[in-house]
Design a protein around this ligand. Structure first.
Ligand code: CAP
Ligand code: MG
Length: 439
């Protein structure tokens, strides 16, 4: 038991001094619950497993404090004096404290950061988003509907011209937004600069033919920030402002890569792909953090859009509860978490990106759930497997979106639209979980 890290009489809202975190904690067999929670508070702030003689009165005031527990539910509320975090809005450092060493502690058999709350005084130190979905929709001339996107598939292996052709086909079929897949970078068979050159030509052609603006989300994740910058600058030299976003694999490239992109190119939509997040967020994992918690950190880091799951509708593990909670934590001026209501005090919203096993039939169920049209959806398999090919897959997606906007049943709207009719037939047969959503 580390008493100095316990204060069950604390006023957690005291003068905006604390970031509050709720942890799900399961102590090792035979360990006291409150004692284990105090060990978590110590290890994630000023302490270690022993009281050190080098501590000072000042350092003692920086302890994280367990201020509430619910032993039956295995929950502990811990208040962090946010002054301990690296100044200048460093999300990486905040995470190193709160969900760093504590994940390795032998005292716990389960530890998950479930929810958090940050005071205005703290939020003011973090970047938050700069370019937003509103900017992208203004550029695209889109009003009350989501941005309709795809991912170039196969995930890897296309040559530059082939890659750009997939982009062209989707854009020419009516799609708005194409993204690199999360591992697409600068591969020998598809050199980055050559790929960008081909995309620029494909985008020009598609815009000429359709009369509509198009957007490409380019993965600039790289082995170092110099190369990330090289790739970003090359994109800027070839594609016109507004027509591209920068995608960063925020978990594998890291939070500092995200914040570097946010600070170097604030005028570019920053796309946070979360590949690898499952190791932390899946319910089966006893050690980790929730999707809403991770998403709140994404908003602090300044991403413009972040994958927040498909609320149990697509192929990825995820629950309607947490994925929608995450989408709201990303976007809304005030969001409801598991245990806290977070006022974002004017920090711009980060748009949800719904992706993973979706197809045109599944647009409506997600759109009905998420409660906003300020989101991007990206469908890879659900567009490029359309029997009529990518362009018809894109057209089917646009038709499904129009049906949703106009409140017309999909099967009704498909009666004289063969791209959508084919999509309904194909996806309800090929993708079992699609059938139950078909109206
Ligand atoms: C989707 C995807 C996305 C995942 C990411 C993929 O492709 O491109 O990376 O959606 O998951 O590689 O699986 P499909 P999440 O449309 O073909 O499924 O959004 O949950 O982070
Ligand atoms: Mg992908």
């Amino acid at each position: 038991m580390q008493e100095p890290y316990i204060n069950l009489d604390l006023d957690p809202l005291a003068d905006g001094k604390y970031m509050l975190v709720v942890f799900h904690v399961v102590p090792k067999e035979g360990h006291d619950f409150l004692g284990t929670a105090s060990e978590v508070a110590a290890e994630s702030s000023t302490g270690s497993n022993l009281r050190v003689g080098t501590a000072t009165d000042f350092s003692d005031h920086l302890h994280a404090l367990v201020y509430k527990i619910d032993e039956e539910k295995n929950l502990a509320w811990i208040a962090y004096p946010w002054e301990i975090f690296d100044r200048g809005g460093n999300v990486q450092n905040l995470l190193t404290f709160v969900v760093g060493n504590v994940f390795g502690m032998s005292d716990v058999v389960a530890l998950r950061a479930v929810d958090c709350w940050m005071p205005k005084e703290m939020l003011e130190h973090y970047d938050g988003p700069s370019t937003t979905i509103t900017d992208m929709k203004n550029y695209l001339g889109i009003k009350d509907r989501p941005v309709l996107g795809t991912i170039v598939k196969p995930k890897i292996g296309l040559k530059a011209k082939e890659f750009a052709e997939v982009c062209y086909q989707f854009w020419s079929g009516g799609g708005d937004f194409v993204k690199f897949d999360e591992p697409q970078a600068d591969q020998s068979f598809c050199p980055f600069n050559e790929c960008i050159d081909e995309i620029a030509e494909a985008m020009e052609r598609a815009e000429q033919e359709t009369g509509d603006k198009k957007v490409m989300s380019v993965n600039i994740s790289a082995p170092d920030f110099m190369m990330m910058q090289e790739r970003a600058e090359y994109v800027k030299s070839k594609l016109k402002p507004g027509s591209f976003a920068f995608l960063v694999d925020g978990i594998t490239a890291g939070w500092t890569a995200l914040q570097t992109a946010r600070r170097m190119w604030p005028d570019v939509f920053l796309h946070f792909h979360r590949a690898g997040h499952g190791a932390f967020t899946r319910k089966e994992n006893p050690i980790g953090f929730s999707v809403p918690f991770m998403t709140m950190m994404g908003r602090l880091s300044g991403a413009s859009g972040m994958h927040t799951g498909t609320a149990g509708i697509g192929k990825m593990a995820g629950t309607p509860g947490e994925d929608i909670m995450a989408a709201h934590a990303a976007l809304f001026p005030e969001s409801e978490g598991h245990y806290f209501t977070q006022d974002w005090y004017g920090m711009k919203g980060m748009c949800p990106i719904a992706s993973g096993g979706l197809n045109p039939v599944l647009l409506k169920p997600y759109a009905d759930l998420v409660g906003t049209t300020d989101f991007i959806t990206t469908m890879g398999g659900g567009v490029h497997s359309h029997p009529g090919g990518t362009a018809k897959g894109a057209t089917a997606l646009r038709q499904a979106c129009t049906a949703w906007e106009e409140g017309i049943k999909l099967t009704e709207y498909a009666k004289d639209r063969e791209e959508l009719a084919t999509a309904i037939e194909f996806y309800t047969n090929q993708v079992p979980y699609t059938k139950k959503y078909l109206e």
